[in-house]
Structures are given as C-alpha cells and as structure tokens.
Ligand binder design. Structure first.
Ligand SMILES: Cc1cc2nc3c(=O)[nH]c(=O)nc-3n(C[C@H](O)[C@H](O)[C@H](O)COP(=O)(O)OP(=O)(O)OC[C@H]3O[C@@H](n4cnc5c(N)ncnc54)[C@H](O)[C@@H]3O)c2cc1C
Length: 390
C-alpha cells in the first residue's frame, strides 16, 4: 500500500496548519504545550472555532453538521490538531456518541443531538464502567425499569471522566435479566440535571479532578432517550468501543511530546553541557522517533485500508497497545528531562503561574491510565493472542 501523501493531501495538511496557526488562541496552545490538560472552557472555545470552519466533526456527513472528510483527510486534521497542540474535538461527543447516533439513532434524535454535540452546546460523558464491571463490562448492574413513557434508573457508575462538567451522560443500563449477560442491556441518554443524579469527585494520582462516581436514585428518563432497540445496547457499545480503541493511538500527540522532549534536551544546560550532548539521550530520542514513525504508518494502514479494518480487527489492539506505551514512554522522558521543576507543588498557584515544567510529572502520572481505559493492555494482549492462535 502506497502511504506517500498525494498532492491533494499535502495541500490539505498545509490548509489545516495555516488555519491552526491563524485561529488557535495562543493561551490555549501555551497551556497544552506545558503539558497541562485542556481546561473545559478551552475545549469549548476551540471546538466552536473548528465548528465555524466545519471541522468539529471530521467524519460525520455534512448533512448533520460534520465535515464529511475522507479517511486520509480526517487523519491529517486530527494529527495537526494534536501536533499544534490544541484540544481535539471532544471525543465523547464526536467520535463516540456521534458515531453511535449516526448508526443507531432515529432521525429525530440525530436532528436534535448532533448539532448540539458538534457545537458543544451539550457536553456528554460516558457512563459505562461500574464498581466490579470494567473489563467485564457486560456484567453491569445499573437497572432501568420501564414505567409508562419513562425508565426509572437506579445504580452507580464509576471512573466517569468529566461528569462534573457534563450536561448529559450516555449510559449502559440493564433493562432485563437474561441468561446471556450481553443481552438485556440498553443504551440511554440521561440529562445530568435530572433529580436523583449525584456526582462525587475522585482525585487521581496526578492530584487533579478528572474522574467521578455517578449515582442514579430513581432517575426518570423519557423512553425517547433510548438509542437503538431496548435490550440491544450491547450492539451500540461494541460499535462505540471499536471507535474508542482506534482513536486512542494519538500519533500527533506522540510527535508533539517527542518535539517537546527534543526542545528540552536542546535548551537545558547542565554543568555547561546541553542535555542533548549526552549520546545516550540522543540515541533514545532517535529510537523513539523511529517507533512513533512505525506507529504512524501502522495507523495509516489500518485507517486507510478497508480490508484490514474489516478482516483484521486485532490491528486496533496493536494501535491501542503500542500507542499508549509510546505516549507513556514519552511522558516519562519529559518528566526526567524536567528534573526537580517537574515536581513543583501546585496546591496554591494557578496552573499558568507555576514553573513551565511543573506539569511534567503530573502528566507522566496521568498517562499511566492510558493503558487502563478504553480496554486495558492485558485485554488487548488477550485479543492479540487469540488472533495469532487462530
Ligand atoms: C483515567 C480513567 C478514565 C476513565 N474514564 C472512563 C469514562 O469516562 N467512562 C467509563 O465508563 N469508564 C471510564 N474509565 C474506566 C475504565 O474503562 C476501566 O477502568 C477499565 O475498563 C478497566 O476496568 P476496571 O478498572 O474495573 O479494572 P478490572 O477490569 O477489574 O481490571 C483489573 C486488572 O485485571 C486485568 N484484567 C481484567 N480482565 C482481564 C482479562 N480477561 N485478561 C487479563 N487481564 C485482565 C486488567 O488489565 C487490570 O490490570 C476510566 C478509567 C481511567 C483510569
């Protein structure tokens, strides 16, 4: 397969680069370049700028407010956004729920939700995991019982990223007990302002609040918020989980972090020598460069060759596994290069008032999670082993 960019693809990359150069607010870029997570208000601000240009939902059809881009252009757009660095369009809205709605939503659901997802008028979070139901997701126990035109939802979700800023949650709930645990699950959209929804924070190892527990206590959800058929939510979930695994190999982020590590190695002087003058560090950077390139080529092959995507789903596991390993290695390297500055305590100061390298260690710590969410590394290795053994 020829992976050399065509002249049209090269021109599109230039167009995207110029747009980002002109329109990405400098404060957002600087905040991310330092290694911080994007602030929710910055995610909204930037996604609206992208939306004005028609690029907030790269793979959706134009009829629903998407860009209708082909696979190669999509990859280029996301790659340039990650390299900038800028916040990627909110994954819960665009690549996860949006993808499911396009396939399983009714016309009325698409017309109502898709424009709001693209414009980020509604911020969705993902309510799948529960205590005791993570890798074994189909064992989930949150119940929804139909009463007239509503479901009454009771139960608990955990590790729900950004539930504290979200307006709505898409949740897997059990509508029926059946012999096979994948049956009897339904996919519901729930307004977080509904009476009976409680959000409790979980502070993670980086000292930040990204995660939450979400409790449902007799929450009334209109049946019109069911996506797909009652009891067939597992189909939606499987469809969504493949999308989640394939978008998780953040090649552009790997390039951005590698570029940042190289910049630190070139500009940091210790005992009169640049860090980069250490040949072991130079070799490590070269090795990582080769590995990111290999990830990039694998990603292109997977995304552009429909045969591979259809007949060899284990590719998605390779991308998830290798992509998360690399981003972890890169964050460890940036943490090492930052030295003591990376350990600056953040309790009182605002993020931008801290030492420019203060986010290095928290980011390293947060990235431990990438090999857990979206299907843990052990689970990906199980899939690969089964594929290799036929
Ligand atoms: C930062 C972060 C953000 C998250 N955000 C969300 C979110 O927004 N929404 C949401 O629904 N969930 C979210 N999650 C939850 C995430 O999907 C689960 O943590 C993940 O699925 C693992 O489930 P678990 O934590 O229950 O661990 P378990 O499934 O209990 O796994 C524990 C250990 O056992 C291993 N293991 C499990 N099964 C197997 C197997 N078959 N073979 C070999 N080893 C196995 C795992 O690899 C792991 O090491 C998030 C998690 C993190 C860390």
């Amino acid at each position: 397969m020829n992976l050399k960019p065509t002249p049209a693809q090269a021109a599109f990359r230039e167009e995207v680069r110029a747009f980002i150069r002109d329109r990405l607010p400098a404060d957002i870029r600087a905040h991310l370049r330092r290694g911080h997570h994007p602030r929710p208000q910055d995610v909204v601000r930037w996604q609206r700028i992208l939306h004005e240009r028609g690029w907030a939902a790269p793979h959706w059809p134009q009829a629903y407010g998407g860009a209708g881009l082909g696979a190669a252009e999509r990859l280029i757009l996301l790659d340039e956004i990650q390299r900038a660095p800028a916040p990627v369009p909110l994954g819960f809205n665009i690549s996860l729920l949006g993808t499911v709605l396009l396939r399983y939503g009714t016309e009325a659901q698409k017309r109502f939700f898709l424009p709001r997802l693209a414009q980020l008028d509604l911020w969705f979070c993902q309510g799948f995991s529960e205590p005791g139901s993570g890798s074994d997701l189909a064992s989930l126990r949150t119940r929804a019982v139909r009463q007239g035109e509503h479901y009454i939802v009771d139960g608990q979700k955990i590790w729900t990223s950004s539930a504290h800023v979200a307006d709505w949650i898409f949740a897997l709930v059990r509508t029926e007990q059946s012999a096979k645990k994948q049956d009897g699950i339904s996919f519901l959209l729930i307004d977080m302002k509904s009476p009976g929804v409680t959000v409790r924070p979980i502070v993670s190892i980086d000292g930040e609040h990204h995660l939450n527990e979400v409790f449902f206590d007799a929450v009334q959800v209109p049946v019109t918020n069911l996506i797909g058929e009652e009891g067939r939510g597992w189909d939606c979930a499987k469809y969504l989980l493949v999308a989640e695994r394939t978008t998780v190999a953040s090649v552009g982020t790997c390039w951005e972090r590698l570029g940042y590590a190289r910049e630190l190695a070139e500009t940091t002087v210790q005992a009169g020598r640049r860090l980069l003058d250490d040949p072991r560090l130079a070799a490590e950077l070269a090795q990582l460069d080769a590995e990111v390139r290999a990830l990039e080529l694998t990603n292109w092959r997977f995304q552009l060759d429909p045969d591979i995507a259809q007949h060899n789903p284990a590719y998605a596991s390779v991308l998830k596994l290798k992509g998360t390993e690399l981003v972890q290695e890169l964050s460890a390297l940036v943490g090492r290069l930052a030295g003591l500055a990376g350990l600056e305590h953040r309790a009182s100061a605002g993020a931008d008032a801290l030492h420019p390298l203060a986010a290095a260690v928290p980011r390293y710590l947060f990235y431990r999670a990438t090999s857990i969410y979206g299907g843990s590394s052990e689970v990906q290795k199980d899939i690969l082993a089964k594929t290799l053994m036929g």
